[in-house]
Design a protein around this ligand. Structure first.
Ligand code: C5P
Length: 282
């Protein structure tokens, strides 16, 4: 069973506070994009979960999100099953593009079909929540407002069609580290999500681009991110922003040619991807 695991970008990311359990309350708009890892899932002996990938830095045990996704799936579905999972990674790691969450979501979708378990999307989202806060969004896909710790998803009007240039600088950022740094800053009153929701409802790309915002970008203040943004804005991007806890940056373009031209200029600063928003998981 083949399944594509689509990456996400954050159009906005507001941090509202810290909960007693150490997690943070968020209000964020996430957008699926047409950049994916390819996942293959096969049945295996009951109780057996095996993971293979084309990147040697990824763990192959419980620490891998897909391993836990499979374990929780069998438990929740009440199925005595096993899975052999191969992941061909394209989504960069430590980028803020939800690669691990996307892979877990794809494995849940694939197992549901492979074992004909008949679980609803909502049931898969509930299982996904146990793996990570971004997994429910990756199951739903499209454009969504994610609240609480990010696991509550509300569907939004789609992002207007455009071209996205993504640049991932060599340095990465781990999510827990990003939250630690953020905790040293006072709470911000500059919130972006509500205005983004209104801009999406209007369906105007220029308005959407104007409302991008990310509290992590403001607190992490990475030099590489600033350099990439500057080049994107100089090269005709409507706007540019870091995604999630970084370190990848995306620029929004109306013309593919401009995005490609800027991509070649940015090659020295990081890994380049050209993509488009995805309105739903195909
Ligand atoms: O849920 P996920 O595994 O993606 O989260 C990774 C880490 O990010 C958590 O262990 C936690 O430290 C931090 N986190 C947080 N608040 C959130 C989501 C994640 O502090 N809303």
């Amino acid at each position: 069973m083949e399944e594509k695991a689509y990456a996400k970008i954050n159009l906005t990311l507001d941090i509202l506070g810290k909960k007693p359990n150490g997690y943070h309350s968020l209000d964020t708009v996430m957008q699926s994009i047409d950049l994916f890892d390819s996942i293959e899932v096969k049945k295996a002996e009951a109780g057996d979960i095996k993971v293979r990938t084309n990147k040697n830095y990824l763990p192959l045990d419980r620490k891998n999100t897909v391993w836990r996704a499979a374990e929780f799936f069998f438990e929740a579905a009440g199925i005595c099953g096993g899975a052999e999972i191969s992941i061909e990674k394209t989504i960069p790691s430590r980028a803020g593009m939800g690669g691990g969450s996307a892979d877990a979501a794809a494995v849940l979708r694939a197992l549901n079909r492979l074992y004909e378990a008949g679980l609803s999307n909502q049931a898969l989202m509930d299982i996904g929540e146990r793996v990570g806060a971004d997994v429910p969004f990756c199951i739903q896909g499209g454009t969504g407002r994610c609240t609480d710790i990010g696991q509550k998803v509300e569907r939004l009007a789609p992002m207007p069609s455009c071209h996205l240039l993504i640049c991932k600088p060599p340095m990465g950022m781990s999510t827990p580290k990003a939250f630690q740094i953020l905790d040293k800053y006072p709470k911000s009153n500059m919130l972006h999500t509500e205005k983004m929701v209104a801009a999406l409802a209007l369906g105007k790309l220029e308005k959407v681009a104007r409302q991008l915002g990310n509290r992590f970008e403001e607190t992490l203040r990475m030099r590489q991110v600033r350099e990439i943004k500057k080049l994107m804005l100089e090269s005709g991007a409507l706007n540019a922003m870091m995604t999630g806890s970084g370190s990848a940056v995306y620029g929004i373009y109306t013309e593919q040619r401009k995005a490609e031209e800027c991509g070649s200029r940015l090659e020295a600063l990081g890994e380049i991807f050209l993509s488009r928003p995805l309105n739903s998981i195909p």
